[in-house]
Structure formats: structure tokens, C-alpha cells
Design a protein around this ligand. Structure first.
Ligand code: DC
Length: 239
């Protein structure tokens, strides 16, 4: 008999669609583990910068990815603390510069292959919410539920602008839209694991929806699917 694997919900989509916040809140509601796969690519980009490895040096990046000394330390009500080689890099990996470098290194097939098993070890009981670009297509193709989040570039840029303003960083909306378009193009057009919905994914347009409303929609899909027994947790826990 094939052993039953722990259930997985994949949440894929472009940056700024709210994937991260939605996935983290969903994991909390379900009491499940949470994988922020984009953070792995971001940490690799930062490690490359730290060790003076160029973002097109596939062989060295592959070795770096295989030996990446990174820890994700879970925190209540917050994204995990991320530690690279003993240093807390939770904040520094979120800059636009590192995001763009992450998108460049993520296009390299050897890098993606090296990070595959690192992502799969997050699949632990009672279940996993996995956030990324290729969670439903490549990393967890057997996931019980696959969600693909959509939003217009304008809406995504507005959300990012708000976040950056809160951090005291000033950028123009036009520059952000342009950066998002470039990043989307690179993520969608790469030959390996491009950003696209899995054939069996359910797409949700998040324009004009709050994070809580998106999470509610996903919880409704879980209820409809009845693929795994989580309804009792949901019934007792308010957002
Ligand atoms: O979700 P994010 O913005 O933190 O991701 C940063 C970059 O990493 C993104 O531009 C593309 C890449 N990425 C990827 O290729 N595959 C994933 N599963 C997650 C992220």
C-alpha cells in the first residue's frame, strides 16, 4: 500500500498578489506548517551577494544552493525568522534589489533542482500550506488543493507602494509597475518551472478583496473538496 502523505495546499501566483500573507494566515487557521519558497530564492540571492558569486554563475550557485546554511524559525502571528549563516536576514531579503536578484537566480535550472528537496522537507504533519510560483506544478504536483492568485499589476504595485511607504521607502508607482512587469516576464518566460497555474488549480482574483476574504474563499474550497479533515479546526477558530 502507498503510504498516505501529509496534505498540502499550494498557493501560487505572481508577487504582490498577496500570496505570502494569505498563505501564512491560512496556515495559522488550519494549524498547518507554512513554506515561503520565495524566501529560499531570496536567501540564495543574498548568499550569492555575500560570497561574491555572480547571478549568472550557475555552477557556483548550484553548489551554494546545495550547502545553503539557512533556518526558518516559526513565530506566532508573523512570518518566520530567517537565519542565513547565523545572521538574521528576515528583513534584508525583502528589498526590491534582492527580489530581482532572486528572480534571476530562480531562472537557472540547476538552482531550482538544488532547492527542490529543501522545499519538500517542509511537508510535515498535520499539513503544509506552500507559497510560491511552481508549488502546484513542480514541487507538490500531488497537492490536495491548488490555488492560483491573480491581481492586476496596478493593484499589486499599489499594495507594494503601501508596504514600502510604511517602511519609510519612497518609490514611484510607475517604477513599481514597470519592475513588476519585468519580473513577471522573467518568471513566466523561463524554460524551467515558469509561473503558470497548474491545470487543476483554482484561480482567485484578489483585486478589491482583503486578505481575510481571500482566505475565506480558500476555506470554502477546502470545505467543497472535503479532501482532508480540517473542518473542526475551522469551525472553532475565528479570524
Ligand atoms: O515570492 P517572492 O517575491 O518572495 O519570490 C522572489 C523570486 O523568487 C520571484 O521573482 C521568483 C522566484 N521564485 C520562484 O521562481 N519560484 C518559487 N517557488 C518562489 C519564488
Amino acid at each position: 500500500m502507498i503510504p498516505r502523505r501529509e496534505p498540502v495546499i499550494t498557493i501560487d501566483g505572481a508577487s504582490g498578489t498577496g500570496k505570502g500573507t494569505v498563505s501564512q494566515l491560512l496556515a495559522k487557521r488550519l494549524g498547518w506548517k507554512f513554506l515561503d519558497s520565495g524566501a529560499l530564492y531570496r536567501v540564495l540571492a543574498l548568499a550569492a551577494q555575500k560570497h561574491s558569486v555572480a547571478t549568472d554563475n550557475e555552477k557556483s550557485l548550484e553548489v551554494l544552493a546545495e550547502h545553503l546554511d539557512v533556518q526558518f524559525i516559526a513565530r506566532d502571528n508573523a512570518f518566520p525568522t530567517i537565519v542565513l549563516e547565523g545572521e538574521d536576514v528576515t528583513e534584508i531579503i525583502r528589498t526590491e534589489k534582492i527580489g530581482n536578484a532572486a528572480s534571476v537566480v530562480a531562472a537557472l535550472p540547476a538552482v531550482r533542482a538544488a532547492l527542490l528537496s529543501r522545499q519538500r522537507v517542509f511537508r510535515e504533519a498535520p499539513g503544509l500550506v506552500a507559497d510560491g510560483r511552481d508549488m502546484g506544478t513542480v514541487v507538490f504536483p500531488d497537492a490536495e488543493l491548488k490555488i492560483f492568485l491573480l491581481a492586476t499589476p496596478e493593484e499589486r504595485a499599489m499594495r507594494r507602494l503601501k508596504q514600502l511607504k510604511e517602511q519609510g521607502i519612497s518609490v514611484t508607482l510607475g517604477d513599481l509597475i514597470e519592475e513588476l512587469r519585468l519580473r513577471d516576464k522573467r518568471d513566466q518566460e523561463r524554460t524551467v518551472a515558469p509561473l503558470k497555474p497548474a491545470e487543476d488549480a483554482i484561480s482567485i482574483n484578489t483585486d478589491h478583496l482583503t486578505v481575510e476574504q481571500v482566505v475565506e474563499k480558500i476555506l470554502q474550497e477546502i470545505d467543497l473538496k472535503k479532501a482532508f479533515p480540517v473542518t473542526s479546526t475551522l469551525a472553532t477558530e475565528a479570524v
